[in-house]
Design a protein around this ligand. Structure first.
Ligand code: NCD
Ligand code: ZN
Length: 355
């Protein structure tokens, strides 16, 4: 049931300025390319800590925030300056004291990467039990836990790793920390959408634009297409439809997180290509494309601009942005330090454009 009211007559949509609740901006020269893209569309963005070295202390988070802010352009008239919301990288031995320092420094969350699950996750958690005293402190201090929800066992089929994670890791975690706010990041399956919908008020999920727009065929149409490869990997069409239903349902448990994850093109077009899709260059337009296709443009503002801040207990943004129905074609590549960055669907026409 994805086809609801007909929004094809809409020629423009004004919404509260959205936020991106999950983005990778990397570091160094890369910041100069990607931070302006995110800051042009979003009031705030939750910055993933999987840089090298990972962000494991409050002091590192503060220094990283400064480097991001230095790469952000001045705000457009009527908008407040772009605000990076920082996260710590949860390891087997992140001390509870660091959580307190991080909270004082304005850090909003810690990110759980199961060790080996994805890009730069080798410092991640090998056994959740090892993090329990730290999670207790987070629960008490009100820091959120952001979860990359995939098991890492090579025995488990790559396409099943998210669904298995729910049963073996997430349900026990939810039971042991009933008041820890958990965001199940970049969900990709019907099982995850159903779980989040039924897991109560302390659980939410982000959904990327690419998981709303594409199924796994996109990775293989006419040859291997590495720019559609990300983790968790694109799934079957039934899962894409379940995600569209969740995102357009008006449920406050689901909100925007691009998981925009830039990699140099030569490292994606490689014998062991990196996981990650770059979408920050046209993030809100890609979401608009997905919501429009579902006849649900009226649900975009809640998903993009309300439910994220509500869950994080932060105020909604005050200014607005306007999207216009206008065909345009994003570039095929951007300079990326010494390398090149190829955005998802670069060179392909989009139907909505931020004014
Ligand atoms: C992310 C990255 O490149 O940092 N890659 C991805 O495929 N999404 C890591 C992550 O979020 O899993
Ligand atoms: Zn990510």
């Amino acid at each position: 049931m994805t086809q609801r009211s007909d929004s094809r007559h809409l020629s423009s949509l004004t919404l509260i300025r959205p936020d991106d609740w999950h983005v990778h901006v990397r570091d160094g020269e890369a910041l100069k390319t990607v931070v302006p893209h995110t800051a042009a569309q979003f009031g705030r963005a939750v910055i993933m800590p999987n840089v090298r070295p990972p962000v494991t202390t409050a002091a590192q988070a503060v220094a990283y925030r400064e480097r991001i802010l230095a790469a952000a352009p001045p705000p457009l008239p009527g908008h407040t300056p772009f605000k990076p919301l920082m996260t710590l990288y949860l390891t087997d031995n992140l001390p509870p004291d660091e959580i307190k320092r991080a909270k004082d420094a304005g850090v909003v969350a810690a990110k759980l990467y199961p060790a080996g699950a994805t890009t730069n996750s080798d410092a991640g958690v090998t056994d959740l039990r090892k993090t329990y005293t730290t999670l207790e402190t987070m629960q008490r201090e009100g820091l959120l836990l952001l979860v990359h929800g995939e098991v890492t066992s090579s025995d488990i089929d790559l396409f099943d790793r998210e669904a298995v994670f729910i049963d073996t890791e997430l349900i026990p975690l939810r039971r042991d920390f009933p008041e820890l706010k958990i965001v199940f990041e970049h969900i990709t399956t019907r099982e995850a959408a159903q779980y989040v919908q039924s897991a109560g008020n302390y659980t939410a999920a982000t959904i990327t634009a690419h998981h709303l727009l594409y199924n796994r065929n996109a990775m293989f149409s006419g040859g291997m297409r590495p720019h559609y490869y990300c983790l968790p990997v694109l799934k079957r069409e039934i899962h894409r439809q379940a995600l569209v239903d969740a995102a357009t349902s008006g449920s406050p448990h689901f909100f925007l997180g691009t998981d925009s994850a830039p990699h140099a093109a030569h490292l994606k077009e490689h014998a062991s290509g990196c996981a990650g899709c770059y979408t920050a260059h046209a993030a809100i337009e890609l979401y608009a494309q997905a919501f429009d296709a579902a006849g649900a443009m009226d649900k975009l503002e809640g998903f993009a601009s309300w439910y994220g801040p509500d869950f994080y207990q932060l105020p909604r943004n005050e200014s607005t942005i306007t999207l216009r129905r206008e065909a345009w074609t994003p570039p095929e590549s951007y300079a990326f330090g010494e390398a090149v960055l190829k955005p998802l669907a670069g060179g392909q026409a989009l139907q909505w454009r931020m004014v």
